[in-house]
Design a binder for this molecule. Structure first.
Ligand SMILES: C[S@@+](CC[C@H](N)C(=O)[O-])C[C@H]1O[C@@H](n2cnc3c(N)ncnc32)[C@H](O)[C@@H]1O
Length: 290
């Protein structure tokens, strides 16, 4: 099943995966957003207590779990996972387009990615490749004179940087309607940006690692893993989305890794370059929910 997208219910596949064999689980389970009708049947049978047991069983002690969620689902998941996983941190995906939900709240413009480690994991064993996701700025060396109330001189404070900035929590990636045309799948309602999935894969796994996405939808995690030389096991229950994701993966394999470096968005920045570049937020309604 390695490097395949499987058309199955994840509850039947996860028990087949050997214990402690997965380096990282990066997934986007169904969660309620504005268009609840679309998601209604996706939530059917989603037993988070079972998910917690299976995730805990398949994940290596050093492995981490990254879950796309909104605030409500995030709280529910954290409660369901709490006996086996500890919450570590949250990334905030700031979208390029904000959606109105109703007139009693602000526009909805962020989604969350909650990251957990196994309960007994040790911090030093966890993979977090911060240099691979760091922003690169100008190197600098600044000298600050320090106030001194005594006669004894004190050395100035020197701040130095090689230009590598520690990664931030707020990640700017395009909403579905602003994704590059070649990446956007018209019939899939909640496709995540490839650049964002790539960012998470890079941060939480190493080349050659095995990443599992049990709710793989249009196969974004599989494509990101392929481009970044990670192995994957992806599972999608819906035959239509499964077929679309397999087609997408086949196209990707046919093209090799060539266009990963060349493809640019309408703003001229590729997805990974858009991180924290303050892409302006457009307030128009987006017909394709992400
Ligand atoms: C939010 S979407 C994932 C989108 C994905 N991140 C992408 O970029 O395309 C969630 C997916 O989980 C699938 N799903 C729901 N329950 C499932 C289950 N029990 N087993 C496998 N897939 C399931 C749904 O069909 C849906 O395609």
């Amino acid at each position: 099943m390695i490097n395949q997208i499987l058309n199955a219910d994840c509850f039947s596949v996860l028990p087949e995966i050997p214990e402690g064999s997965i380096d990282s689980i990066i997934t986007d389970p169904p969660y309620k957003k504005s268009l609840q009708d679309i998601y209604a049947d996706w939530n059917d049978g989603l037993d988070w207590n079972r998910i917690a047991i299976e995730f805990d069983r398949v994940l290596k002690p050093s492995g981490q779990l990254a879950l796309f969620c909104d605030w409500t689902t995030g709280q529910m998941m954290t409660t369901a996972l709490r006996d086996r996983f500890k919450f570590r941190f949250i990334w905030i995906w700031q979208k390029s387009t904000a959606q109105p939900i109703n007139k009693k709240m602000p526009l909805s413009e962020v989604e969350l990615i909650a990251v957990y480690s196994k309960k007994k994991s040790r911090l030093k064993d966890l993979t977090f490749n911060w240099k691979d996701i760091a922003e690169h700025g100008e190197p600098y060396r600044r000298t600050f004179d320090r106030q001194n109330n005594t006669r004894k001189p004190i050395k100035p404070y020197i701040s130095e940087s090689n230009g590598i900035k520690y990664p931030r929590q707020i990640l700017n990636f395009p909403s579905k309607c602003n994704m590059v045309k070649s990446e956007r799948l018209p019939d899939f309602p909640c496709q995540k940006p490839l650049g964002l999935c790539g960012y998470i894969v890079k941060a939480l796994s190493n080349p050659g690692d095995l990443v599992c996405d049990p709710f793989s939808g249009s196969g974004t995690t599989a494509i990101a893993c392929h481009r970044l030389n990670r192995n994957f096991i992806c599972i999608e229950r819906d035959p239509k989305y499964y077929a679309e994701s397999v087609k997408r993966l086949k196209n990707e394999l046919a093209q090799g890794n060539l266009f990963a470096k060349n493809e640019t968005s309408p703003t001229g920045l590729n997805d990974l370059e858009r991180i924290n570049t303050n892409v302006p937020i457009m307030t128009e309604n987006c017909l394709n929910p992400v």
